[in-house]
Design a protein around this ligand. Structure first.
Ligand SMILES: [Fe+2]
Ligand SMILES: [Fe+2]
Length: 399
């Protein structure tokens, strides 16, 4: 924190033009994030993506992003079927396909600023904390803030879904078993449908879409460039999808907006299968086929990325749009940390992710002290998602 503290000091702030100071604050924060990663191998692996995502902000450009994929496509001309659980998941996925254009009632009217059927509950955000920073909002401004917050969240879901679409297509090419390729093909279709839903909702109902978050871009960039299919799998199916599933089910419980509830319910059923695919395929690989050195590398990577995901989704796109210049980034980060909605999200997300890491053999005695140190080991004994169905995540009592 020393670097950002230097740039936030009144003496330094006075001599820097505002725009420069804001950029320097941002960069200093990113440097601190990288310094906080204790494992040099993980830093080395993530660094090129962090430079593109955090410092150069490739995701914020008004042009498409081109990424060089380097994985190996794997053909099996024998078509042998030797993974019965994945074959069963494939058949199930075929039965459960749905049409985003007709199975959701798009005629429902959404009024984002109306107090009826609120998109998010009022106490999602820490209003008192914000007042403590000298920011006073009227009730109408508070409703607008909640609308922007849900728009930010759904925008990141949308961008994450695009990452999932491309990652699942890559894994379908690279995975070395036919049953996995069959199942993967259904996931590619699922992810396209999720993009269709979130994009249509944002564009036609909320009329607002944020650019991809720099940290999310960095993770996607890193997975796209990694040549190893199991790392794409670990990153996307276990970490990103695990967090998304937690976020979707949490939001389904919190929102009172009927169309969003319909859409999330459908998507949660698909995501439950995706996470199961990841757990089934990696449990087999990690517990039986990896060398110790390879497993240790994945244990360390999963731990560091878990911490980054917990600490770095700080809604900075909304800050830069509405609050930059009014409060500092550090004050904003404190506000986001204090929001009840954000801590609920974190709890829900890690209550599934950590048991899944245990299930695939990446929570060994060697790394457990790290999880204890950052307060994540309390999720260790929870239920993994293996065998859980969409309905297990959807709280019908809240309907
Ligand atoms: Fe998805
Ligand atoms: Fe997914």
């Amino acid at each position: 924190m020393v670097v950002s503290a230097l740039f936030e000091s009144p003496a330094v702030a006075k001599v820097l033009p505002t725009a420069v100071r804001q950029n320097v604050e941002r960069w200093a924060e990113h440097v601190n994030v990288l310094l906080a990663v204790r494992n040099p191998a993980v830093v080395q692996q993530m660094a090129p993506s962090a430079i593109r995502g955090l410092f150069l902000r490739h995701g914020r450009r008004d042009e498409p992003t081109r990424m060089q994929a380097s994985h190996e496509a794997y053909f099996d001309w024998s078509y042998k079927s030797d993974f019965p659980e994945l074959l069963a998941l494939y058949h199930k996925a075929k039965r459960m396909q749905w049409n985003a254009a007709t199975d959701i009632d798009w005629t429902l009217n959404v009024e984002p600023l109306s107090p009826e059927n609120p998109l998010l509950p009022h106490d999602f955000l820490a209003w008192d904390y914000l007042r403590g920073l000298g920011v006073r909002l009227t009730p109408a401004e508070e409703r607008k803030f909640l609308y922007l917050a849900i728009s930010w969240m759904l925008s990141q879901f949308l961008h994450g879904e695009q990452g999932a679409l491309l990652a699942s297509a890559q894994v379908t090419e690279a995975v070395p078993f036919t049953d996995g390729k069959f199942y993967g093909a259904t996931q590619v279709m699922d992810e396209a449908r999720h993009i269709e839903v979130f994009h249509r909702y944002l564009e036609t109902k909320l009329n607002k879409c944020y650019q991809v978050n720099d940290n999310l871009f960095t993770i996607i960039d890193s997975l796209m460039h990694d040549a190893r299919w199991d790392m794409k799998f670990l990153g996307m199916q276990i970490m990103v999808e695990g967090l998304a599933l937690g976020a979707f089910s949490m939001l389904h419980k919190l929102t009172r907006e009927p169309l969003l509830r319909q859409a999330l319910r459908r998507i949660i059923h698909d995501e439950a299968r995706h996470v199961n695919y990841g757990v089934l395929a990696l449990r087999d690989l990690y517990t039986r086929q990896l060398s110790e050195r390879e497993r240790i590398e994945r244990e360390d990577w999963a731990f560091e990325v878990s911490v980054l995901m917990r600490d770095r989704f700080l809604v900075h796109e909304l800050y830069e749009e509405e609050f930059e210049g009014k409060i500092s980034r550090r004050q904003w980060n404190g506000f986001i940390d204090a929001c009840p909605g954000m801590s609920m999200f974190r709890t829900t997300m890690f209550s599934r992710l950590v048991p899944n890491l245990r299930e695939i053999g990446l929570l060994t005695d060697r790394v457990l002290p790290h999880y204890e140190r950052v307060g994540l080991s309390r999720f260790m004994q929870g239920r993994s998602t293996l065998g859980m169905e969409g309905d297990d995540y959807v709280d019908e009592r809240a309907a």
